[in-house]
Design a protein around this ligand. Sequence first.
Ligand SMILES: [Zn+2]
Length: 63
Amino acid sequence: MSHEQVSCLFCQVKNDSKLEHCTNCGMALTKHHPEGKARLSFFVKAFWGIVIFCVLMMYYLPR
Ligand SMILES: [Zn+2]
């Protein structure tokens, strides 16, 4: 089981899972595509950070 293979998301060519880039098209290989959720939650956090910042500014800025 040391020779896992992953198929490229772009051209469906099988690549060794140790490789970071597809041997056929050179695109980055994603094994379990874990980045989607991480990236989404990052944007959600950033969004709420901005919202909270704006609300704080509305209350703290003197008029
Ligand atoms: Zn490819």
